[in-house]
Design a protein around this ligand. Structure first.
Ligand code: PLP
Length: 460
């Protein structure tokens, strides 16, 4: 029994009383270790609505946000001098470590040469071919966030197909792209609960089905009214759901058969390897999107299109009425992005770094699984390359509905704070842990033993 519902006596196999007790004792320990931070931020940061400059900062389960002094490699130090092994890594934005040296050098180099001009620099000459070689698609554009890269791709998909609808998988997240904000609740498509100020019925233009459900996909595409399926290759924005064997083949076959375009959003699954899940598993999307870590932590994203989409889009542009396309933001494709993206692609996202990340992620997976087995917890571990998650429910999970049920917010929050107190920072959402090229074996070992210590407390 797991639920945020306070009436449940047991969550993820742990008694609720024990979880509440852990949260309280760990919350007190967190405060005690941070007197300076507590004085500065426990009543909110001055001048900000809700006490934080970005509302997600209030979503961390710690009693108040960690006030960071600095971050380097795979560690963060707060203003009280607490050093944390960082496995959250900015929820993927710093997946290659904080300030990777080649990126820091590129920033220093570019800092004296101008930061934005709305014109290309020589680094841009290198980036197009780097993207082509690495990800396999021939035509690219640069934006500033993965959200925008997804939005622009969907706009092109609608333009070239002349179809209004898109299809998403239940439990998805593709950034704050309005039209993807739909869910299945009791099998019925609805606007995602909690959307602020959304007055449209988004289900009018978005179909939503469960991941791994080939029959539902076939049914949803058969009317040939869907412009594009937008998908992560693995659902990472819920408790992690891996693709069933054959699912991606079916997805590609059915989209092709119905003239539907396929957008693969690799913003998180770039943890799989240097060319993402797409290259590793031979996916063949019409659009490819990657944001977050592509410029080593400097805001940037890329979206690529196939030959066929590009020529259809060029033809569309020749006939459409003149005027603003609805795509583009002023700071996109600026020279700082070019410099840092080039450094990331050439020197940071290397096969050697990925080998190392993968190796340590396997060790983490095995270590956490060992702890779960030792304490006979009804939990499991899921992994996509360098991205590992423990899920406080049995697995594997097959779709967004199962992932939603597996989510155990109260228990996850208590574990999160307890890990922070043991020197380890994991993501505040669904227990995500990333291995970067800067992560050491010692850090992984510390995480496994901290997890073991917390599991022992919970299972005692
Ligand atoms: C799969 C996926 N796509 C897109 C995004 C949006 O990224 P950003 O918030 O940088 O626009 C996210 C963010 O978490 C994501 O997980």
């Amino acid at each position: 029994m797991h639920s945020s519902d306070g009436s449940k006596t047991s969550i993820g196999g742990i008694s609720r009383d024990r979880i509440v007790e852990l949260r309280e004792t760990e919350g007190a320990a967190f405060r005690k270790a941070r007197p300076k931070s507590q004085a500065k931020v426990s009543n909110g940061l001055p001048g900000f609505f809700g006490g934080v400059p970005m509302h997600w900062m209030n979503d961390w389960p710690t009693p108040f946000p960690i006030l960071v002094d600095s971050a380097k490699g795979a560690a963060i130090t707060d203003i009280d001098g607490n050093r944390l092994d960082d496995f959250c890594l900015g929820d993927t934005g710093s997946m290659f470590g904080h300030s990777p040296p080649p990126v820091a050098r590129a920033i220093r180099r570019q800092a004296g040469r101008g930061l934005t001009y709305m014109l290309p620099s020589e680094d841009a000459l290198a980036i197009g071919p780097l993207l082509q070689q690495r990800f396999g698609l021939p035509f690219w554009q640069i934006a500033t966030t993965a959200t925008d890269a997804n939005r622009f791709s969907l706009r092109v998909a609608r333009a070239v197909t002349g179809r209004e609808k898109i299809l998403v998988f239940n439990g998805c997240y593709h950034g704050s792209v309005d039209e993807t904000m739909v869910r299945l609740i009791d099998g019925k498509p609805v606007n995602r609960p909690g959307l602020a100020g959304e007055f449209r019925d988004l289900t009018r233009t978005a179909k939503v089905i469960e991941f791994n459900d080939v029959a539902a996909l076939e049914a949803a595409l058969k009317d040939r009214d869907v412009a594009c399926v937008i998908a992560e290759p693995v659902l990472t924005n819920s408790c992690m759901v891996l693709a069933d064997p054959g699912f991606h083949d079916a997805l590609r076959r059915l989209t092709r058969e119905t003239g539907t375009l396929l957008l693969i959003d690799e913003t998180h699954t770039i943890s799989t390897g240097p060319g993402g899940y797409t290259r590793k598993y031979g996916l063949d999307p019409d659009f490819f999107v990657l944001g977050k870590p592509i410029a080593g932590g400097v805001p940037a994203s890329v979206w690529g299109m196939s030959d066929e989409v590009a020529s259809r889009y060029a033809a569309y542009n020749r006939t459409k009425e003149p005027g603003y396309s609805g795509m583009g933001t002023t700071l996109s494709a600026n020279p700082l992005q070019f410099a840092t993206m080039r450094a990331t692609l050439e020197e940071v996202m290397t096969a050697e770094n990925y080998d190392r990340m993968d190796h340590l992620a396997r060790r983490l997976d095995a270590g956490l699984t060992g702890v779960i087995d030792r304490y006979r917890l009804p939990w499991h571990v899921a992994r996509v390359g360098a991205r590992v998650e423990f899920i406080c429910a049995p697995g594997p999970l097959r779709n967004g509905a199962e992932a939603e049920t597996a989510h155990a917010p109260e228990l996850e929050a208590a574990i999160h704070v307890a890990l922070v107190n043991r020197g380890v920072l994991i993501a505040p959402f669904h227990n995500m842990m990333l291995i970067s090229p800067a992560t050491s074996g010692a850090q992984v070992n510390r995480l496994i033993s901290a997890f073991g210590a917390v599991a022992a407390k919970l299972a005692a």
